[in-house]
Design a protein around this ligand. Structure first.
Ligand code: AMP
Ligand code: MG
Length: 374
């Protein structure tokens, strides 16, 4: 397992403005030509997708894939998702089955990653040594255009330094990747804001390895029974039992700000927010401030103003009643605590079904599973 940073190879990173390309699929975007050529020649290109920004390389070129690990400081056993722009690619990369086609037709292009047994053309460097490969067709026009123009299958994890929150704007990518990669395509802020749902179709029963915008219910409506990897369904319990998540990436610390993040939620039911939570967060924050620490608070629109004056830095993450705005704002909010120099951070939690389930999965990881119940 290697974690080396490619510091020697500092290079000039070129930024391409492709904000106008969204929605203009029938007019090929000339500005992407150079970046596409760079991918074809084994280079590294960060690009927008509808979920988060990805860091792309030719997924069938082992040397190119290895550069992704070096640029991100990513452990080499953490496999990459291969991004495709047409259905035929699925058959070329993997041994498919009926459920894979049902899901691909239902949700592609879109925020769903499918895991299948890999064909020999896919190198182990791309799959972190596994015999399976993760495949997704993104819906962002600039991503599709780039993949098509490059003529390669684009292996791409999120375009952040390993462990940091995933990038949802080009500015986040520049912050982490400038000088380490060849191109950054700026497509403006992404739409969804959290990574794709990962569903493993290589075993008996389809299993969700990472929750996301495409929910368990949505998958079950298409293919029947779907389970959630037990190691992610109950992370604390799984540590005690020694269960390992089936997606290698889910075992690493992720999304964490530099300060220590703690979630505060109501212990008795699934309803989060409310007065006891607010009182507790105010109390915890005030205590740390009085001890001389820099303190941050993250809360939704509905309650954020109630924390003014109780921390050095208070950030609104979105609207609780509009889950999608929480997903879209989450990583930006987490990153902003680093800029603010926050040493302790307190946040309301977002327990719930559907997209909330995916949001909480990320938030709990960012908090190292630290939750205080009131
Ligand atoms: P990222 O795109 O940075 O969010 O990382 C890709 C995620 O997909 C990581 O959590 C990987 O562990 C997971 N992944 C990719 N390929 C596989 C695979 N073949 N089996 C299980 N998980 C995978
Ligand atoms: Mg990632």
């Amino acid at each position: 397992m290697g974690m080396e940073m490619d510091n020697k190879a500092l290079r000039n990173t070129i930024i391409i403005d492709a904000k106008g390309s969204a929605g203009l699929l029938d007019e090929p975007d000339k500005s992407l030509d150079k970046a596409a050529k760079c991918l074809r020649n084994g280079g590294l290109v960060a690009f927008p997708t509808e979920t988060v920004y990805g860091l792309g390389a030719d997924g069938l070129n082992p040397e190119a894939s290895k550069k992704i690990y070096a640029a991100k400081g990513r452990p080499s056993d953490n496999p990459l998702i291969v991004h495709i722009a047409d259905m035929e690619a699925l058959e070329k990369l993997a041994y498919t089955n009926e459920k894979a086609y049902t899901l691909a037709h239902a949700f592609w292009p879109g925020p769903l990653t499918i895991i299948l047994p890999k064909r020999d053309v896919v190198p182990k460097e791309t799959t972190g040594g596994l015999d399976t490969v993760a495949i997704r067709m993104p819906s962002h026009p600039a991503a599709l255009e780039l993949i098509r123009l490059s003529g390669v299958y684009v292996a791409a994890p999120s375009a952040n330094i390993s462990g940091r929150p995933s990038p949802t704007t080009a500015a986040h990518v520049i912050e982490d990747m400038s000088g380490r990669i060849d191109y950054i395509i700026d497509g403006g802020p992404v739409g969804i804001g959290i990574e794709s749902t990962i569903v493993d179709l290589s075993g008996e029963v389809p299993a969700i390895l990472r929750p996301g915008f495409i929910t368990k219910r949505m998958l079950e409506d298409m293919i029947g029974e779907v389970v959630i990897d037990p190691a992610i369904a109950d992370p604390k319990e799984s540590v005690l039992k020694g269960l390992k998540p089936k997606a290698p990436g889910m075992k690493y610390t992720h999304y964490a700000p530099k300060g220590e993040l703690t979630l505060v939620e109501k212990g008795s039911d699934n309803v989060t927010g409310g007065e006891p939570v607010i009182d507790k967060i105010r109390e915890l924050a005030k205590e740390k401030m009085e001890s001389g620490y820099k303190v941050g608070i993250m809360a939704p629109q509905e309650t954020v103003s109630l924390y003014e004056g109780y921390a050095d830095y208070v950030v609104c993450v979105g609207e609780r009643k509009e889950q999608a705005t929480i997903a879209a704002g989450l990583y930006s909010a987490l990153r902003s605590f680093d800029d603010a120099g926050a040493e302790y951070i307190y946040a309301e939690s977002f327990r719930g079904e559907g997209l909330s389930y995916a949001i909480m999965n990320r938030l709990l990881k960012a908090a190292g599973q630290r939750v205080i119940y009131v």
